[in-house]
Structure formats: C-alpha cells, structure tokens
Design a protein around this ligand. Structure first.
Ligand SMILES: [Fe+2]
Length: 461
C-alpha cells in the first residue's frame, strides 16, 4: 500500500467544556500506520480477509468549541487490515475535503469546481468500484486503498447534488440505489439508481414541500421507501446545523417502484417521529416492510438542540396497499441504534438484525453493548460490555462456511476508558457469547464515530 500523502499531525482543538470534544469524542491528532505486533486475546478467525473501515468526526479545526457538534467534525477514516488470523495493519487518514485542505494549507482535492463540500465524516463504503467517504451534505470523496483522498467524486459529472451516506447495493444484481436531500431545493429530495460500474441509470425528483433531514432510505428488491419525517431545516436558527423537530408537521412514508418517476409515489401517514437508520426492507407480497430504529422525538434538547428526549427502539413498519396508515410495531423495549444485517440478505427477508444498545450518560448517547434481534422467533439476545467500555456499530461479516445471516462475526471497535485507547473486538454472531473470538488491543484511540464496513482484500487490490 503506497502512501503518497505525508501523514499529518496537528494541535488538538481547545475542548472547553464541550462534551463532544472530551474523552472518546475528542479527536486524535496524528495520522499514522502501525504494522503488526498488536496484543491479541483469543483467536482472530482466519477467514476474516479484508479491511474493517470506519469513519467518524475528528475535528482538526474547530471555529468555536462552545458550539461544536459531533455531526460537523472533519471525517477521519480508520482501517484495520485482517488476514491469516492476524491484524496486519492499522492506519488512519483525515479525508482531505476542500474545507479541511483550506484550513490546513494542504493541496485541494481534485474534482468538480462547484462541488458542495461536506465533512465526509459519516460512512465509508466500497461501491461502484470505488472506495467512498460519505456525508449527506455533499458529494462523496474517493479514497485509495491507503485511505488517501483521490478526489471529490461526481461519477464523471453525472451527480451534481448531495449524496446520502447510506447508499444501498442490491446483492443479487450489484445495482446501487441512493438519494440526496438538498437544503437548496426544490427539489428537496432526489432519487438515483446506478449500475455496478458507477454509471447513473435513473434519477427522479421526489416532491416535498420543504427540506427535511432524510438520513436513510428503505430499499426492497422492487421498491423504495422514503421517509418524510419532521426534522425540518430552519434557517432562522442560525449555527452550523439548523434543524429542529417540528411537532406541527405531519410525517409520512412514500413507496415508489424502483426505476419509476417520482410522481408515481404512494404516501402512507404516521405519527410524528424520527428515524435515522433503516436495518433493511423487503417485499411481503403486496406489502412493503421496513425495520427501523425509531425515536418518538429527537433534536429537541442538548448541545445545539441536537439530542432527543428519548432513545430509539426497534420497530417494524408495514405499508399495505389500501391502508393509508403506516402500521407500526415495536419489537422490543431495548433502546438501540446503528442497526445492521448480513448485507447478503439486503432487500430480501432477513431473519436477524444486529444493533448497539444505547443509553444516556453525562448528557450524551453512549453505546454499551450489542443486541441481536431474531425476527422469526420475535426475541432478542444481548451482550453487555463491562463498565468503562463503549462500542461502536457492529459490522456483520459472514463466515467463509456460513450458510445463514447469523453464521458469522460481529466486528466492533470498543473504547476502553481505563487505557484511553481502543480495541477491535470480534464476537460470534451465532452464539452471542459474551467472551469474544478475539480482543485486539490497539496502540491508538479510535474516537466514537458513525459507520463502517468490511471490505474484502480482493475488492481493494
Ligand atoms: Fe447513519
């Protein structure tokens, strides 16, 4: 892995008392590469062959520590390369957005001159033969296998508006479905389909009457479910993130057949609530079913008004033709976030969802363990982390000989408060044993981030 970009180190921003600049929300201030020699307890499964990639906010420059919010930090991507039962390498790189390059005095990324510049801090995906760092407020940034930024990616000029951090890949065809919401609309929401090589096949506008935050989408084998939920853009609020929960505004989910114009969408109403993340969706005969982590309210308190009164619970939403309402069912009382499935089951009927357990501590949301939902048996099992340890989203990787969507591994990065460093922890998704396959002590800290994926070695080379 050649590395043409010199690694950076920088001074930590003054945290003041902002909790998003303290403890494991604080940025790390050095880009580095570590080769081997990691302390391993247990056994790293030898069939894990690829890189666990994670993205999250790591502010290199903070204009005002009093108002800084987690959602707005500069994106840093962390890569953990597993092969032959070893953690071979760790590396991290800040995504060189235009904004960050300006602040640091480093070369500007190549790409469209007029691109909307987001923080590239939310997800890191391999799709359309590209490794892409994503944030919903801008175009993707394309990285190489060494995690250096190549360019702002507009797919040969085909995409000129923001792209979600949650594109969906059809495991059967490789077709990519994604959307973007746009504060500068109308249109406030656009839907796109792309072939596996990155050629845009279809774009259509979805009519909304104002800009609402649309973080994720539900995609089945034949249809797409768009959520028009009441976190509204309110420019009168000022600040870097002017969104608020609006109880006066209704909420609805729109179902559109893939490949069809947005004018054919059918809307279903529901009570005001909010969903950041969809675990999966599938067709159940004529019904459209989606599993979501749902908040009754959010964005109504806390730093910058961006915390919620409550935490999210797993719900199954069903839209049936002829019934104008979304039929909601809460699956469990546990509060959870960051739902994932075995990606091989995406857009079809999955049996298992994996999420992280959420709790409120010191005014912020913390992740204290893993939860496995069995939708067939309608039950859940969980792994609770010991005091002083906090996990991240768990990425499911099917075992080489795995036959179902529980025969595999859950990879999560765990912050160890006592060491003030992080561990890579690999759990058995089938047994959900509290004793993991392996705990790998990292000589670095990986700040609390958002999303990641496991990319096989073959895809990166
Ligand atoms: Fe997300």
């Amino acid at each position: 892995m050649a590395n043409p970009t010199p690694p950076l180190s920088f001074a930590a921003p003054a945290p003041g008392t902002n909790p998003y600049l303290l403890e494991n929300f604080a940025p790390v201030t050095e880009e580095q590469v570590r080769h081997g020699g990691f302390t391993v307890t247990g056994v790293i499964p030898p069939d894990l062959d690829g890189m666990l990639l994670r993205n999250g906010p790591n502010p290199a420059v903070v204009d005002d520590p009093a108002t800084y919010h987690w959602f707005t930090g500069d994106g840093m991507v962390h890569g953990l390369y597993l092969r032959d039962g070893e953690l071979r390498q760790y590396r991290n790189r800040l995504v060189r957005t235009r904004h960050l390059s300006r602040e640091l005095g480093t070369p500007q990324p190549k790409g469209p001159k007029e691109a909307i510049d987001g923080g590239a801090n939310t997800n890191i995906v391999f799709m359309a033969k590209r490794l892409l760092a994503l944030v919903e407020s801008g175009l993707p940034h394309r990285l190489d296998a060494a995690l250096d930024t190549i360019c702002v990616e507009d797919f040969d000029g085909a995409l000129a508006s923001p792209m979600t951090a949650h594109p969906k890949v059809d495991p059967a065809t490789g077709t990519i479905t994604f959307f973007g919401y746009d504060p500068f609309g109308p249109p406030y929401l656009r839907y796109h389909e792309m072939d596996p090589a990155g050629n845009l096949l279809h774009s259509t506008d979805i009519a909304l009457d104002r800009c609402v935050m649309v973080h994720d989408v539900a995609v089945s084998a034949t249809r797409v479910g768009f959520m028009d939920l009441p976190i509204v853009l309110d420019p009168t609020m000022g600040g870097t993130f002017p969104f608020r929960f609006d109880t006066e505004r209704g909420a609805k989910v729109g179902i559109l057949h893939r490949g069809r114009p947005g004018s054919e969408i059918t809307w279903y109403a529901l009570e005001p609530c909010y969903v950041f993340h969809v675990a999966n969706a599938f067709d159940d005969g004529e019904d459209f079913v989606m599993d979501v982590c749902c908040y009754e309210r959010t964005f109504d308190r806390g730093v910058g008004g961006l915390l919620g009164t409550d935490l999210a619970r797993m719900e199954r939403w069903r839209m049936s033709p002829g019934n104008p309402r979304v039929q909601r069912r809460t699956l469990d009382d546990l509060t959870v976030e960051f739902p994932r499935i075995d990606d091989a089951m995406a857009q079809g009927q999955h049996r298992f969802t994996y999420a992280v357990r959420s709790a409120r501590r010191d005014g912020l949301d913390r992740f204290s363990g893993l939860v496995k939902f069995d939708h067939q048996r309608d039950e859940s099992v969980r792994i609770d982390l010991p005091e002083g340890r906090e996990c991240s989203e768990a990425v499911f990787v099917r075992a080489e000989d795995g036959r179902t969507d529980e025969e595999g591994y859950l990879l999560t990065v765990v912050y160890d408060k006592a060491r003030h460093q992080s561990d890579l922890v690999i759990y058995d998704a089938h047994s959900m044993r509290e004793v993991p396959w392996a705990t790998v002590e990292l000589p670095v800290r990986i700040p609390h981030g958002f999303h990641g994926n496991f990319v096989p070695t073959a895809a990166l080379s």
